[in-house]
Design a protein around this ligand. Structure first.
Ligand SMILES: [Mg+2]
Length: 197
């Protein structure tokens, strides 16, 4: 069980694709739907900017943690991950007049499907491993005992649970049609977080 630590900040960990952005919808005709390397295709899901602004007003640090195994498959490059992330930040800034995301952590590795040997390996940042959450907590001074996590895949939730978050502080969204979802979408998860779950 995690205990609160003085001076550390509570965080909401957010998956990127199909949590913040409509990635599957924008890439459904691609060879591998969900691969997002083109910034011109980035679309925010409805209500996401307002939900993130409300979480910021409530004092939460917002950190994105995203799997980008498409880099290992050669579907897109590290540079393309960065420009897509920049586009997400740009769209949020346009809506809100300020940047709500403190950091975007991503992991380009995949142990089996890779074509690029540099990225074809296991890595402790890969979900459901806790590596990205733990690295962010260490580097940004986050209090995991008061933090939350939101994602559209069970591995998003499991990564946060493996980092020590209570399952009740993690929300599996229905945006990708996963069974056993906790909330419809990110705005609904934000409402639960703001209400103290
Ligand atoms: Mg996702």
């Amino acid at each position: 069980m995690l205990t609160a630590a003085a001076g550390l900040r509570p965080c909401v960990f957010l998956d990127r694709d199909d949590t913040i952005t409509d990635t599957y919808g924008a890439t459904r005709t691609h060879a591998v739907p969900g691969d997002m390397g083109d910034p011109s295709l980035v679309r925010l899901l409805p209500g996401v900017p307002a939900a993130l602004a409300a979480l910021r007003r409530a004092g939460y640090t917002l950190v994105v943690f995203t799997s980008q195994g498409g880099v290992a498959r050669g579907a897109y490059s590290l540079a393309q991950v960065e420009v897509v992330n920049d586009r997400v930040r740009e769209l949020l800034t346009k809506e809100l007049g300020e940047q709500p995301l403190e950091a975007i952590y991503y992991v380009p590795f995949h142990p089996t499907t890779g074509t690029d040997p540099v990225f074809t390996r296991e890595h402790d940042w890969r979900k459901p491993g806790p590596g990205m959450v733990l690295a962010a907590a260490r580097e940004l001074g986050l209090d995991l005992s008061r933090s939350w996590a939101v994602g559209d895949k069970p591995r998003d939730v499991q990564a946060a649970v493996n980092a020590g978050l209570a399952r009740s502080r993690c929300f599996l969204l229905a945006t990708s049609g996963e069974a056993g979802s906790d909330c419809a979408d990110l705005p609904a998860a934000a409402e639960r977080i703001l209400a103290g779950a």
